[in-house]
Design a binder for this molecule. Structure first.
Ligand SMILES: *Cc1c(COP(=O)(O)O)cnc(C)c1O
Length: 431
C-alpha cells in the first residue's frame, strides 16, 4: 500500500509516512485507496475480540511492512484496556474510549503511533517533539514512556493547562521531558516547528513530531467503530455514531471504516461553538476562524487539520460530504444542561465532550424521526475535567486511582521564555 500526500506531490510507504508525520508538500498522508474487508470478516465480527479486530484492520493498512507476529504484539500492547459500549438509555450507548492510561481516547492513537515509530526506527535514537494544550501531550508521553531509543520533549504553555493535565505532562521522568513555556499554546507550536526545521538540530539528531496529523494515530482510531458494531449489531437496528469533533481525526477514522464496508447508517459530527465544519456543510464554504474557548476545550479548533483528509475522501465534493455527515454545533449552555439531564434521568456522568456528542444524537433523532441505536464516542473520563463537571453537576465526582496517582507525583519541568534560541541551546546539550 502506498501513502500519498493530500496535496499529491509526495508518494511513499507507510514507514516513511509514519516517521515523517507531515509530507514535504505540507499535506497529510493518506492510503492510496481504502482497503476492503471481506464478507467473512463482517459475518464473524460479533465473535472477534477488540485485539483481533485491531490486528485484522491494521494489517490492511500496513500490508507487508511488518510481520504478523510483530503487529499482533503491538496491537495487544496498545489495546490492553477495555472499550465498552455502555447503555445510557433505551437507544443510546456511550462508547467509553477513556479506559487507557491517561483516560482520554488519544491514548489509543498515541500508543499505536509510539510503537510503530519505535518499530520502524529500528532502535536508531530519535527525538520526538510535541506541542500540547493539554491532552495530546500526556497521551504521547504515556505512549512513548520507556520506549528504548526515543526521547520525548513536550512543550506546554505555563499556567494554561489544568493542574491535573500538568501533572500528566510533567511527572513521567525517564525519557520524557516537559518544557514549560512562558507563553501561549501557539508559542509552543511555533517553537516546535522551529525546532523541527532547524538545520543544526537536524544535523545532530533525528527529529520527528508526534502531533495529530500522523497517519499512525488515525489507523487505530478505526478499530473501535468495528468493535462497537461487534457489541451492538445484535440489537438489529441501524447504528448512528455521534463524534465530538475538534481536528476531526476521530470522525475521519470512522469514515474509513464505512468505506471498508462497515454499514454505519449515519455519522454526526458534533462540535462546540467552533463550528467551521457545520457551517461548511450548510453553506459549502470552508472558512477557518480563530478558535473560541469552550468547556469542551479539547475541541476548540478553528481550522481542523483533518479537513484535508476528508476532502480527499470525498473528492472535494460537498454533496458527498453531506450524504455521509450531519454536523451540528452546540453552546456551552446546552452542553451543561445535557450533562445535568443525563445525570438526573439516567445516572450517567458525561464529560463535556461526550455531552456535545449526546446533543448531536438528540438533534438527529428529532430531525430524522428514525428508529436507531445511537452511539456517542465518550472521549474522556469526566474526572479529567473535574472542575467543570463538579461545578455543573453541583457535587463531587469520584477521581479514579489512575488519575490520583498522577496528582501524587512530583512535577518536573524545565522553564523557558518563548524564545527559540534558548530552547535550542538546551536541546543542543542533550545526548
Ligand atoms: C482531541 C479530543 C477530541 C477531538 O478529537 P478530534 O479527533 O480532534 O476531532 C474530543 N474529545 C476529547 C476529550 C479530546 O481530547
Amino acid at each position: 500500500m502506498k501513502y500519498i500526500s493530500t496535496r499529491k506531490h509526495e508518494e511513499t510507504n507507510i514507514k516513511t509516512a509514519i516517521l515523517k508525520g507531515l509530507a514535504d508538500d505540507g499535506g497529510l498522508f493518506m492510503p492510496e485507496y481504502i482497503p476492503q474487508l471481506d464478507a467473512g470478516f463482517f459475518e464473524n465480527l460479533p465473535n472477534l475480540s477488540l485485539q483481533e479486530i485491531g490486528f485484522q484492520v491494521a494489517k490492511e493498512f500496513l500490508g507487508e511492512s511488518i510481520s504478523d507476529d510483530n503487529l499482533k504484539e503491538i496491537i495487544n500492547e496498545v489495546l490492553n484496556f477495555e472499550i465498552p459500549a455502555v447503555k445510557i438509555s433505551e437507544n443510546i450507548y456511550s462508547l467509553e474510549l477513556f479506559h487507557g492510561p491517561t483516560m482520554a481516547f488519544k491514548d489509543v492513537g498515541a500508543r499505536f503511533m509510539a510503537r510503530m515509530m519505535a518499530y520502524f526506527s529500528e532502535g536508531k535514537p530519535m527525538k520526538v517533539v510535541v506541542a500540547t494544550s493539554g491532552d495530546t501531550g500526556s497521551a504521547v508521553a504515556s505512549g512513548f514512556f520507556n520506549v528504548v531509543g526515543i526521547e520525548v520533549y513536550i512543550l506546554y504553555p505555563k499556567g494554561k493547562v489544568s493542574p491535573l493535565q500538568e501533572k500528566q505532562l510533567t511527572t513521567w521522568g525517564g525519557n520524557i521531558k516537559a518544557l514549560e513555556i512562558d507563553g501561549t499554546f501557539d508559542d509552543c507550536q511555533a517553537l516546535a516547528k522551529q525546532i523541527l526545521s532547524d538545520e543544526e538540530l537536524n544535523q545532530k539528531f533525528t527529529l520527528t513530531s508526534a502531533n495529530s496529523i500522523n497517519i499512525a494515530r488515525l489507523i487505530p482510531q478505526s478499530f473501535y467503530y468495528f468493535w462497537a458494531f461487534a457489541q451492538l449489531e445484535k440489537l438489529g437496528k441501524p447504528i448512528v455514531f455521534s463524534v465530538p469533533s475538534g481536528n476531526f481525526g476521530n470522525l475521519t477514522a470512522g469514515l474509513f471504516t464505512k468505506k471498508m464496508g462497515l454499514p454505519i447508517h449515519q455519522f454526526i459530527a458534533s462540535t462546540n461553538a467552533n463550528d467551521v465544519i457545520p457551517k461548511f456543510l450548510e453553506t459549502g464554504n470552508y472558512e477557518s476562524k480563530p478558535s473560541k474557548q469552550t468547556i469542551s476545550n479539547a475541541m476548540d479548533v478553528g481550522n481542523p487539520s483533518n479537513f484535508e483528509r476528508m476532502k480527499s475522501l470525498f473528492n472535494d465534493d460537498v454533496s458527498e460530504f453531506k450524504k455521509e455527515i450531519e454536523s451540528y454545533s452546540f453552546s456551552d449552555e446546552a452542553t451543561k444542561e445535557t450533562m445535568i439531564k443525563v445525570k438526573n434521568d439516567f445516572g450517567y456522568t458525561l464529560d463535556p465532550h461526550g455531552a456535545v456528542a449526546y446533543l448531536g444524537l438528540e438533534k438527529y433523532s428529532e430531525k430524522s424521526n428514525e428508529d436507531f441505536v445511537g452511539v456517542l464516542l465518550e472521549t474522556a473520563h469526566p474526572a479529567k475535567f473535574v472542575e467543570v463537571v463538579e461545578e455543573v453537576l453541583k457535587g463531587k465526582i469520584e477521581i479514579p486511582e489512575k488519575l490520583e496517582a498522577f496528582n501524587r507525583k512530583e512535577k518536573q519541568s524545565v522553564e523557558f521564555p518563548a524564545d527559540f534560541e534558548l530552547v535550542k541551546a538546551f536541546l543542543m546539550e542533550e545526548k
